[in-house]
Design a binder for this molecule. Sequence first.
Ligand code: ATP
Length: 358
Amino acid sequence: MKAYKIAAIPGDGIGSEVIAAGVEVLNALALRESSFVFRFDQFDWGGEYYKQHGRMMPEDGRDQIKDHDAILFGSAGHPDIPDHITLWGLRLAICQPFDQYANVRPARLLPGIKSPLSNIDDGELDWVIVRENSEGEYAGVGGRVHQGLPLETATDVSLFTRSGIERIMRFAFKLAQSRPRKLLTVVTKSNAQRHAMVMWDEIAEQIAPEFSDVSWDKMLVDAMAARMVTSPKSIDTVVATNLHADILSDLAAALAGSLGIAPTANLNPEGEFPSMFEPIHGSAFDIMDKGIANPIGTFWSSAMMLEHLGETVAARRLMNAIERVTADQQFHTPDLGGNADTERVTQAVIDAIRGSNN
Ligand code: ATP
């Protein structure tokens, strides 16, 4: 029987609560499928680890997980540690060296979930945002000098390469091609940012003919934010830079009901390194240890992990179970206006998996 080796990194805050729930659900799913098992290795990296060791993960951390089939990640963020340390010390320290350059963020209005938008019905918000995840505004290039003096200066330099843009553009066109509507929106800010963003637009023009059955258009990021609210049905697949897509995908998650539902895949599409799957939300310290974190974002991320592993039947079964549970208001956590707790939702998804025929 196939055994998938999964590195589970719960991280901080509600990360440990939702990853524990994810592991439970994935084990129940493996039992139901009975054609594979999971072997989870747990890694206690994150804020508490930092307080003891002065770093978010051990020096050889990446070596410890490089041969795993996939990584299931909770969140990184700690109230006592600056966000740029937690982010660069763990999440980006995995994403960048493992060349997980395609960050895929679906946003779909699941059954039973209410969108703050009044102009859409069930099934009418179904987007995938593709975020360039290896360079751009988050390349880490820049510096800070003369700290504390009036002439203190800081730079964050956006760095874009032709090869980086070409690979994310091809990935996005291919993804759009695989979806029923075959529709892609290329987002930039090429009016104000007149170098790299113009290169994005040019590369999109150059690559589009390889995907002649995909309809595509271009939008400036500010106009795109407005379009997501005023004309949500006109959108299907979206590709944007690291920063732009970061912001647009949080907006998308909110419009699709809650940050607690939204999933992410950080993909190394060539499979040279493991890919990483995580809920879009952060550590949410305000609700930590209360047992009310919404685990759906982690379950949906787990379904994306199954797709990536080639377990499409299991992925479909998990998604169906999730949708059956969200359709029932009694399983809504407080972020969705309900009063269910994490355990109740987890058990409901497990029950739906056990009782399912598909
Ligand atoms: P970080 O700094 O790690 O990004 P944060 O607390 O600033 O964390 P998020 O964790 O993304 O930001 O969450 C913002 C708010 O959304 C939280 O305060 C919380 O109330 C809510 N939230 C996020 N995720 C969930 C979830 N899974 N279940 C319920 N509520 C959530």
